[in-house]
Design a protein around this ligand. Structure first.
Ligand code: SF4
Ligand code: SF4
Length: 392
């Protein structure tokens, strides 16, 4: 296993981390026996970073039961506060202690504020007193490192980093999303501030493997050396020295073995420019399947009405490449979990954004398409639910 050093505290972290959100399920519940065998194998392979969350059904309890069997000190344990459900100062403690109980531990090594989406999502927590709460938990040794996971544009990501002295951060990154969400700009910015960066969705939730258009699959198959789309995808990320740990939601021995093998020799800056150019071609092929040619650069932001323009277009593209359900899920996640709605229909058609778009996208017209294709009854029901029980 390759290890990368956390620049903030010197921790020696495995370049491959175990994402614990995709354990195999049987009859709606995690198959505990299988998951425990996989966690054990992960440790044998040198993986020493496990990532779970309050919101992953059954995951914390399953991980906790395994770690309690003598494995706790073999891994750095990461889990996440469901910050969008926090409504008062007392809620911080109530979620946190429930997580400690589920995980059968007295400390969390890497604790994340789950799914911050822009600067306002941090400021809301700040108003609730999160800074004092973090200071207390670090002083008591119950939280060792505090960070956040992020879904939003790069502008919001860098603003959050500047707003508080975080110990680490977690962002989506893969060769297709070079400029999507926090993107390469966010990754390099975080590293320039001395933060270790945990990478999630390295294969876009498997969509750069099983969801690849045939033309892109054929393209990778033609390349030499012969590598699977998984290996091509992971190597691209580990080529970045700024990527500290890459999380993979592995739920089979085959995946554990393959990804560990790749992690052992995919060193930073190991790729030559010719190989890197292959990813540009693959990205272009995939983009041919896109609905809107948005690169996610965020030059059109902020929108005075609150529309998260790149997030809207990203959801449309997910819909085109991965189907309606995945597009809708992405759309809900990126437009409703904020202080105020960020969906396409709040656009007031001022046109300001279009003067900044380097791709010349007719943003207002495209947003009408987003409303038509993604804001049906399912979206409205989900948004109403989140408004009632979430943080609006
Ligand atoms: S046209 Fe719509 S999306 Fe663009 S800046 Fe104005 S309100 Fe925002
Ligand atoms: S709409 Fe244009 S400016 Fe806005 S993120 Fe997409 S490509 Fe960039």
């Amino acid at each position: 296993m390759q290890y990368r050093i956390n620049p903030k505290n010197g921790d020696r972290l495995s370049a491959l981390g175990l994402g614990c959100m995709r354990f195999t399920r049987k009859g709606g519940f995690i198959d505990r026996e299988k998951a425990e065998k996989e966690m054990l194998r992960a440790i044998e392979l040198g993986i020493n970073y496990f990532d779970t969350a309050y919101l992953y059904p059954g995951s914390e309890t399953c991980v906790g039961a395994f770690l309690a069997k003598g494995h706790r000190d073999k891994v750095k344990l990461a889990t996440k506060l469901p910050q969008y459900l926090v409504k008062s100062y007392e809620d911080f403690d109530s979620f946190f202690y429930e997580e400690l109980k589920r995980l059968q531990t007295e400390r969390i090594d890497y604790y994340l504020l789950h799914m911050l989406s822009d600067l306002n999502s941090w400021l809301r927590l700040k108003e609730l007193g999160v800074e004092k709460w973090i200071a207390d938990k670090k002083a008591s040794g119950e939280i060792i490192n505090i960070g956040f996971s992020y879904h939003g544009s790069s502008t919001g990501f860098t603003a959050i980093i500047d707003a508080y002295d975080f110990d680490f951060c977690q962002m989506q990154f893969n060769y297709f999303d070079l400029h999507g969400q926090a993107g390469e700009r966010g990754l390099k910015y975080a590293a320039s501030k001395g933060l270790p960066v945990i990478i999630m969705e390295p294969l876009r939730g498997g969509r750069l493997v099983n969801g690849l258009p045939k033309k892109a699959r054929d393209f990778w198959n033609e390349q030499s050396p012969k590598r699977s789309p998984t290996e091509w995808g992971l190597r691209w990320i580990w080529n970045y020295p700024e990527a500290t740990v890459v999380l993979s939601g592995m739920n089979s021995f085959e995946q554990l073995e393959e990804n560990s093998r790749v992690a052992s020799d995919a060193l930073p800056l190991a790729m030559e420019s010719g190989q890197l150019a292959l990813y540009d071609t693959a990205r272009e092929i995939i983009k041919e399947n896109m609905a809107v040619a948005c690169t996610g650069c965020s030059y059109c932001m902020p929108c005075p009405a609150g529309v998260d323009i790149p997030a809207c277009f990203n959801a449309m593209n997910v819909r085109r490449s991965d189907g309606w359900f995945n597009g809708l899920r992405e759309y809900i996640m990126c437009t409703t979990l904020k202080n105020k709605p960020a969906n396409a229909s709040v656009c007031v058609k001022c046109g300001r954004c279009e003067t900044h778009c380097p791709q010349g996208i007719e943003i207002r017209k495209e947003l009408e398409g987003v409303v038509r294709d993604l804001e049906g009854p399912a979206y409205k029901t989900a948004a109403a639910f989140i408004k009632k029980f979430g943080k609006f």
